[in-house]
Design a binder for this molecule. Structure first.
Ligand SMILES: Nc1ncnc2c1ncn2[C@@H]1O[C@H](COP(=O)(O)OP(=O)(O)OP(=O)(O)O)[C@@H](O)[C@H]1O
Ligand SMILES: [Mg+2]
Length: 235
């Protein structure tokens, strides 16, 4: 579904992504792991057009989207759950979702379906974004991406800063979405979570992919874990 081929992305003169290639087959969860600052978010930004690659190619369902404008890519059923959530703090849960619904076209995940998946959000519908807990904000960020009815979901560190119980909730949610047919690129630092939900794992360091395997093989590879990921966290 998503095919990234040898992309090079820069911020000014700074050559951040140095030839990244990555496939996300339909119906799978592919995890991208790596320490702070290695370029994970830059890869996500390169896919959605915020920081277009200078070289290389991004294909989505065989359509080249490499240098399309973000608003065009936004219409292509690619949902983004950005790092740091980025919900509107002064709008209520319902208003945050209404804004996302406004942009959606045919067959969206309707609010009933969303609230079935996130019962806590229904209860908090009239609360403002900044009145939610970190976990509720994360759920809202995921719900907001879903109402645009994506077939591919890009999740950038969805468990960052969450307590273990909420990490488990996110992991259950990812598995439910996968069961519902969603294809997911999951950027994470939590290798235990990736091992639990992903079909394939890639490890990034300094703008390149340095290791790819099944999550289980990665889990068992102490050398790669110590060298490129640091101490794994448990869930
Ligand atoms: N807007 C920007 N302008 C210039 N440099 C940037 C910009 N955003 C990121 N960088 C740099 O690009 C490199 C990769 O950053 P990126 O945000 O992609 O890392 P990351 O792997 O997502 O890290 P984290 O795990 O902390 O989110 C870093 O050296 C960072 O300082
Ligand atoms: Mg990041």
């Amino acid at each position: 579904m998503l095919k990234v081929s040898n992309i090079h992305t820069y911020y000014g003169d700074s050559h951040v992504l140095q030839g990244i290639s990555l496939d996300v087959p339909k119906g799978t969860v592919v995890a991208l792991l790596g320490r702070n600052g290695v370029g994970k978010t830059t890869l996500v930004r390169s896919i959605v057009g915020f920081t277009p690659p200078r070289r290389g190619q991004v294909l989505f369902n065989d359509v080249e989207i490499t240098r399309m404008a973000p608003y065009q890519i936004g219409r292509m059923k690619i949902g983004l759950v950005p790092q740091g959530r980025r919900i509107f703090p002064s709008l209520t849960v319902n208003e945050n979702l209404a804004i996302a619904l406004r942009n959606s076209t045919e067959n969206p995940w309707d609010l009933q379906k969303i609230f079935g998946l996130f019962p806590a959000l229904k209860e908090r519908g009239k609360n403002k974004g900044n009145e939610l807990s970190g976990g509720e904000q994360q759920m809202l960020a995921i719900a907001r991406a879903l109402v645009s009815n994506p077939v591919l979901l890009l999740m950038d560190e969805p468990t960052e800063g969450l307590a273990p119980a909420l990490v488990r909730e996110v992991s259950r949610l990812i598995l439910r979405l996968k069961d519902a047919g969603m294809t997911i690129l999951l950027v994470e630092q939590n290798i235990a979570l990736a091992a639990k939900v992903a079909d394939e794992a890639h490890v990034m360091s300094k703008g390149t992919i340095v290791y790819s395997s099944s999550p289980r093989e990665l889990w068992e590879n102490q050398e790669v874990k110590t060298r490129f990921l640091g101490v794994p966290t448990n869930i």
